[in-house]
Ligand binder design. Sequence first.
Ligand SMILES: C[S@@+](CC[C@H](N)C(=O)[O-])C[C@H]1O[C@@H](n2cnc3c(N)ncnc32)[C@H](O)[C@@H]1O
Length: 162
Amino acid sequence: MIDIGGGDSRLVDHLLARGLRCLTVLDVSHTALARARARVAPLAHHVSWIEADVTADTWPVPPVDIWHDRAVFHFLIEADDRAQYAARVRQAVMLGGSVIIGTFALDGPERCSGLPVRRYDAEGLCAELGDGFTLEETLTDAHRTPAGTVQSFLYVRLVRQR
Ligand SMILES: C[S@@+](CC[C@H](N)C(=O)[O-])C[C@H]1O[C@@H](n2cnc3c(N)ncnc32)[C@H](O)[C@@H]1O
């Protein structure tokens, strides 16, 4: 399982606490990864920590059965970056594996942390990944930020068929 942009997320903490050991966290931020590593010590050695840009051309990620991304894809406002992201998904996710992506929904914010974002419905989000995936689940969530504002999120889970 890989968590994209997971450096500042507590997902890895929860998965380690449940006994999962085959985990990868990828983030472009060295600082975010270092913080997470320190936080989950002494279990940090069970995780592969990869400092990389998910839109980069070369990307040393082993095949995974689950791809998880909350709140990274919606920052990719350039079509080329989204195409690169889709190529990385195809490169990393095994046949039969799941792709879970959470983005701002159509009624979500137009900017986040001062940056522009794209907003999605399930159809639009699936289309970004191209053919070969089936949509298995969708979920909407009103996410309350630490500052108390509510952000409308959409989650999809797709399964790679080919
Ligand atoms: C809004 S935070 C989301 C953190 C976490 N996934 C969560 O839901 O709490 C976005 C994270 O993605 C990372 N990030 C942003 N762009 C990225 C990229 N192109 N490749 C890899 N990581 C990226 C940031 O460094 C940051 O840690």
